[in-house]
Design a protein around this ligand. Structure first.
Ligand code: HEC
Ligand code: HEC
Length: 351
């Protein structure tokens, strides 16, 4: 090897070596500043305010550990993060339907986790209405984590690391479901996406191209009544005209309300970070944003409960689809996707 190249090589490798545990630790350190609830002025007031779950670095760190820990599942193989992948805004790329414990396949696509504190209901059918009890559902679901909360608590109590983390967070080492859920809520509740190019445009810190602007205009005319700015959901439910997949026959919100009007009606998902959260819809049937636009333009199925706001979209031209697609890509928020606070420290240290 050429001498100069060798020297450069040595400098690089030795400095990498020197980027020691200290720097890694700093990277993962959670300070008071990291747990401040910050959101743009044009966002509405959140529906969950942390008033009965005061934000603190220690509770957040406990929530982060729980989120990434397989200990929450029966055979210690599945964590929340197995299905909710950070780089996909905590959705799950690749799989149409979720994959859980014992390699079992679920019936629904994994939704992203972002801006939860503005939501008034959760899941594709709105079956859960409080963020703090949401995690009970995957833990006890036989095809997700198949564990009993009582057993999770036993396992946590037998783990000295958890005993000390609970003590730090709550001043005594009592380990209860409420504390587990509240800590997870701190971690997930701070997953806030508010710094996409769209946001910079709204804050007049960036401009949109002509193509993206045309897309925004079209979006406001045809889509925003449901995917309402700035959260890109109206927190409501609708039947957006998908053909029913007979192999799943998912009746959506009807399962919860038993009201005929709710047959095939689903939660209106946010479109933030849509570039990263493929595949799309409650059953992950579409791989690409363009597939979704083709569906709204020419693939709608008009059954009894289909929403008029969808049927009135009409046919989109090739140019209009390109414009809408360009606009939707401005919703990717790299600040959120690469936020160090949400990285799993144990993953990095164990490799
Ligand atoms: C086996 C995969 C899997 C695991 C493990 C899993 N989830 Fe989920 N998660 C899903 C699926 C699928 C949904 C949507 C379910 C539905 O709509 O019926 C979901 C929904 C959610 C939602 C609601 C999001 C929304 O937009 O409504 C939250 C929050 C959530 N999960 C958090 C968690 C937490 C916390 C854990 C760990 C305790 C966890 N999940 C474990 C697959 C999983
Ligand atoms: C009547 C309300 C309504 C209107 C209008 C509407 N949508 Fe939707 N959209 C929904 C609902 C509900 C879903 C979820 C449906 C499901 O999975 O069953 C959805 C899903 C989506 C998804 C997939 C999101 C994901 O995470 O899987 C995209 C992308 C999308 N819509 C884009 C658009 C665009 C672009 C327009 C305008 C051309 C539009 N929508 C108009 C209600 C609406």
């Amino acid at each position: 090897m050429n001498k100069r190249i060798l020297i450069v090589f040595l400098i690089i490798t030795s400095s990498l070596g020197m980027m020691s545990l200290d720097q890694f630790e700093d990277f993962f350190k959670i300070t008071k500043k990291d747990v401040k609830l910050i959101y743009p002025t044009y966002f509405p007031k959140p529906s969950y305010s942390f008033s009965s779950n005061k934000l603190s670095p220690d509770k957040f760190v406990l929530g982060r550990k729980l989120f990434y820990d397989e200990i929450l599942s029966k055979d210690n193989t599945v964590s929340c993060a197995t299905c909710h992948e950070r780089i996909a805004a905590f959705a799950h790329v690749d799989h149409k339907l979720s994959h859980g414990i014992y390699a079992k396949i679920g019936t629904r696509n994994v939704p992203p986790i972002q801006n939860l504190i503005w939501r008034t209901s959760f899941m594709w059918d709105g079956g859960v209405n409080h963020i703090e009890i949401q995690p009970l559902s995957p833990v006890e679901n036989p095809i997700e984590m198949d564990e009993k909360m009582s057993n999770v608590l036993l396992k946590l109590k037998n783990d000295p690391i958890y005993v000390s983390l609970f003590k730090k967070a709550y001043k005594d080492s009592e380990i209860t479901s409420e504390r587990v859920f509240k800590s997870l809520t701190q971690f997930m509740g701070l997953m806030i996406s508010s710094n996409s190019r769209y946001d910079k445009f709204i804050q007049q810190k960036d401009t949109l191209s002509k193509m993206e602007m045309n897309g925004l205009t079209l979006f406001r005319a045809k889509c925003a009544s449901c995917h309402t700015e700035p959260l890109f959901t109206n927190n409501g439910f609708a039947n957006n005209g998908l053909k029913v997949d007979p192999s799943l026959n998912d009746e959506g919100r009807y399962k919860i309300t038993k009201n005929e009007k709710d047959k095939y009606v689903f939660t209106v998902p946010s479109l933030r970070n849509i570039e990263m959260t493929y595949p799309y819809m409650h059953d992950g049937r579409f791989k690409k944003i363009m597939d979704v636009l083709n569906f709204y333009s020419e693939g709608q199925n008009h059954n009894a409960t289909v929403d008029q706001r969808v049927t009135s979209i009409g046919k989109l031209s090739v140019q209009e689809k390109k414009e809408l697609n360009a606009f939707l890509l401005t919703l990717t928020d790299k600040t959120f996707l690469y936020d160090r606070r949400f990285v799993d420290p144990d993953y990095v240290f164990s490799r």
